[in-house]
Design a protein around this ligand. Structure first.
Ligand SMILES: [Zn+2]
Ligand SMILES: [Zn+2]
Length: 384
């Protein structure tokens, strides 16, 4: 840890107190934070653990009047981001090495040892833990209807993330009760064992290294101290969003640490298919079954659009499979222009015919028997 790292840390902010806070206020705030952030109350939560270390480090300095005075002087000296005067560090009347030497001596501060229990090496990792860090990005999914995707929609989004249990404040103990100090390790969280000539410490098994025993677990979190926090966000889905697309909501991810910016929230949009319309980019697609006479004789065709209907002329002699285009009836793009509605005309062959219709069709086949629609194929057959 460099001197600059040390000076640039805001121990007061870390503990959530003002720089003129009394020793009592500092102690109170620390105890509250240490309870909430204790690794035992946040199993597997690396963030809580890093913050726990940072808070402990801050308290280690601010709880010691001499260290606090030196820290305050150091900050006053280098306030304003002017940097360090080259080589003249000791000229301000204090010795930063002396400061480090003492700050690093394990659980020095009053009241620190009982909660920390020597669980952590206070120097290790603490420097990066207190540096401003951007919050994590969060990704979530939302499912919307086809029409909502085309027109844009405002959807409520419920996000769940682990947080300190609000019922017990993260202590894991039922409100109104207090965990008692572990008798096995006297609250240190460590037990010493001797083996031959060696004695070594290991985490206490009775309290899992926390130094505390919870008699009455919190009914909300079952003693974990962690519960799921749900927040609701209103997300504006822009018009024209496609299935599988990701929308980025800047700053709506996890909060940053030590004044760092929040992460982003990415919302992956899933679009339910429409019963009738399909989509190709900004064009809508539609299949229109036609009778043979409609295509052969020509007709006017009226089809639905997403917000009304459109009528098109089908010229006589239109081939099955032909695509008609209704301009501007597709998906509105960001620049305000719209895609088209593409209508594919398909002959619908009836699967049974009345005898009258059969006769009429046979008569039609008879009068058109000289027309061979497979002329090209037949030419190939004959060529063999
Ligand atoms: Zn709880
Ligand atoms: Zn114990």
């Amino acid at each position: 840890m460099s001197a600059r790292d040390w000076i640039e840390k805001d121990f007061y902010r870390e503990l959530g107190v003002s720089s003129d806070a009394s020793a009592d206020e500092i102690k109170k705030s620390y105890r509250k934070l240490a309870r909430e952030l204790h690794p035992d109350a946040n199993p597997g939560d690396a963030k809580a653990e890093a913050r726990f270390k940072a808070v402990s480090e801050a308290y280690g300095v601010l709880s010691d009047p001499a260290k606090r005075k030196q820290y305050d002087e150091a900050r006053r000296l280098f306030a304003g981001g002017g940097g360090f005067p080259g080589g003249g560090f000791g000229s301000g009347g204090f010795d930063v090495n002396d400061l480090f030497g003492r700050a690093a001596q394990g659980t020095g501060g009053g009241g620190l040892g009982d909660l920390l229990g020597g669980l952590f090496n206070r120097r290790g990792g603490a420097a990066s833990a207190t540096r401003p860090r951007r919050g994590e990005d969060v990704e979530t999914d939302v499912r919307i209807d086809f029409t909502e995707a085309v027109k844009g929609a405002t959807v409520p989004l419920r996000l769940s993330s682990p947080a300190a249990c609000t019922t017990c404040g993260g202590s894991g103990a039922k409100p109104g009760t207090t965990p008692h100090v572990c008798a096995t390790c006297s609250g240190s969280g460590l037990v010493t064992r001797s083996q031959g000539a060696f004695a070594f410490s290991e985490p206490c098994r009775d309290c899992r290294g926390t130094g505390r025993i919870i008699d009455d677990p919190c009914p909300e979190c079952g003693g974990d101290g962690v519960s799921t926090r749900t927040r609701t966000l209103t997300v504006r889905i822009p018009s024209g969003v496609d299935d599988g697309q990701r929308i980025r909501l800047a700053g709506q991810g996890e909060p940053g640490r030590n004044g760092g910016p929040s992460g982003d929230l990415f919302v992956r949009v899933h679009v339910n298919p429409h019963s009738v319309f399909g989509r190709q980019g900004n064009d809508l697609t539609l299949r229109a079954p036609m009778t043979f006479p409609e295509l052969a004789l020509g007709t006017t065709l009226t089809v639905p659009t997403l917000d009304g209907k459109v009528t098109l002329k089908v010229p006589a002699g239109t081939a099955s499979g032909r695509v008609l285009r209704a301009r501007g009836k597709g998906i509105t793009k960001r620049d305000g222009t719209s895609g088209d509605l593409l209508i594919t005309l398909e002959v619908a062959v009836p699967n049974n015919l009345s005898s009258e219709a059969r006769k009429a069709l046979e008569a039609y086949a008879d009068v058109t028997k000289d027309h061979d629609p497979r002329g090209d194929l037949n030419a190939l057959l004959e060529g063999r």
